[in-house]
Design a protein around this ligand. Structure first.
Ligand code: FE2
Ligand code: FE2
Length: 347
C-alpha cells in the first residue's frame, strides 16, 4: 500500500456517519430535529455510496481477485438505499419508524465495519499505489458534487418522491424495484466466477464491436439492435441511450445477444435495465456520435439513459475461422480442439 489517502477519506466519512446515526437515535417523535438529521443522513449516505462506488468499487470490480467483495458491498448499498426509502414512508412519531431506523443502523454499521476490516485491507493489499491515488482523486471530486446536488433539492417527503429521485425505476414501480433488488442481490451472491481469460476476451471483443440485440423479458415483440456504451472501469454494466418511448425505454428484466465483429465471441447476457440517474455517468458517455442520433442534446426529456445491470452471461469464444463457422452454421462437425470455450457466469 503506497497511498492510503482513499482509505483515510472513506474512514473519516464512516466516523461521521457513526456520529450522525447515534445522534439521530437520540431524537424523539416527529420533531424538526429528527427530520433535519434524517435528511442530512440520507444525503450523506447516498453521496458517500455513489462516490465510493465510482472510486473504489468500480476499481475493485475490474480486478478478478476483488470482484466478489466489491459485489457484496455494492449489494449492501442497495439494501441501505431501500431502508432509507422505507423510512420515508413510515410516520416518524411511531415506534415502527424507530424500529426500522434501528434495523437500518445495525445493517449500516455492520457494512462500514466490514468495509474497514475486510474490503479496504484486501484492496490495499492488491491494488497499486497509482490506483489508490487515482481512487482518492475520484472520490474527493465526486463526493462534494453528489452532496451539492442533493443539497440543492428540497427534502423528499414521501417514498415515491425519494424513489423518483434516487431510484432507477419510477414511483409506481416500487414493488418491481424491490423484487429486482432482491433478485439482483441473490444473483450476484450466487454467480459462479467465469474463467478470467474468457471474460477478458468477451469484454475486449465486445468493446471493439459494441452492438447488441436486446429485448425486455416481459415484452412479446422482437429484440432490437442497440449500441452499448462500455466503461472500462465498470464491467458489471453497460449503458444505452434511447427514446423513452422505445420498446426497452421503460426498463425491466432484459436479455441481450452479442455476436462480435470477427465472430470470435458469442454471448447471451441477462440482467436488468434501469434508468441511469447519475448525471456524471450521462455526461461521461454523451458524445458527438450519440448526439448525431439525438440532435436535441442530452437534456432532451424524451431521451432516457439506461444502465444494463448484468447478472450473468453465457459466453462462447471461438478461433474456428470461416470454415469452422460454415460447419457450425450447417451443423457440421468441428474439431473440438478448435471449437473455442464455453462458460456461464459473471462477466
Ligand atoms: Fe459502502
Ligand atoms: Fe463506505
Amino acid at each position: 500500500m503506497a497511498d492510503a489517502r482513499i482509505f483515510e477519506d472513506l474512514k473519516s466519512d464512516h466516523d461521521r456517519h457513526r456520529k450522525m446515526l447515534a445522534q439521530l437515535g437520540e431524537t424523539q417523535g416527529d420533531s424538526p430535529e429528527r427530520r433535519e438529521l434524517f435528511e442530512d443522513l440520507r444525503r450523506e449516505l447516498q453521496a458517500h455510496a455513489a462516490a465510493e462506488e465510482e472510486a473504489l468499487y468500480a476499481t475493485m470490480l475490474a480486478c478478478p481477485d476483488l470482484r466478489d467483495e466489491a459485489r457484496h458491498s455494492v449489494s449492501e448499498h442497495k439494501e441501505i438505499d431501500d431502508y432509507l426509502g422505507e423510512l420515508l414512508d413510515i410516520d416518524m412519531s411511531s415506534g415502527a419508524w424507530l424500529m426500522k431506523f434501528k434495523d437500518m443502523r445495525h445493517r449500516y454499521l455492520h457494512h462500514i465495519d466490514e468495509e474497514e476490516e475486510e474490503m479496504f485491507p484486501s484492496a490495499a493489499k492488491t491494488l497499486s499505489g497509482e490506483a489508490e491515488k487515482k481512487m482518492a482523486q475520484t472520490f474527493e471530486k465526486r463526493k462534494p458534487k453528489e452532496l451539492a446536488m442533493r443539497r440543492n433539492r428540497s427534502p423528499a417527503t414521501t417514498r415515491s418522491e425519494f424513489l423518483r429521485r434516487a431510484g432507477p425505476l419510477g414511483p409506481s414501480q416500487f414493488r418491481e424495484r424491490q423484487a429486482h433488488r432482491r433478485r439482483w442481490i441473490y444473483a450476484i451472491r450466487r454467480r459462479p466466477a467465469m474463467e478470467t481469460h474468457v471474460r477478458d476476451k468477451f469484454w475486449k471483443a465486445f468493446a471493439a464491436s459494441p452492438l447488441m440485440m436486446i429485448k425486455l423479458d416481459a415484452a412479446h415483440g422482437h429484440a432490437e439492435p442497440m449500441t452499448a456504451l462500455l466503461d472500462r472501469d465498470a464491467h458489471h454494466a453497460v449503458w444505452f441511450f434511447c427514446k423513452r418511448d422505445n420498446r426497452i425505454g421503460q426498463g425491466g428484466r432484459a436479455m441481450g445477444q452479442v455476436i462480435t465483429k470477427g465472430h470470435d465471441v458469442f454471448a447471451c447476457i441477462a440482467g436488468t435495465l434501469v434508468e441511469e440517474t447519475d448525471a456524471a455517468v450521462r455526461d461521461r458517455h454523451w458524445s458527438n456520435a450519440v448526439e448525431a442520433w439525438f440532435p436535441h442534446g442530452k437534456s432532451d426529456p424524451s431521451i432516457v439513459m439506461l444502465r444494463f445491470e448484468i447478472d450473468d452471461a453465457e459466453v462462447w469464444t471461438s478461433d474456428i475461422g470461416i470454415t469452422g463457422l460454415f460447419k457450425l452454421a450447417t451443423g457440421g462437425t468441428i474439431d473440438p480442439s478448435r471449437a473455442g470455450e464455453h462458460e456461464v457466469g459473471a462477466v
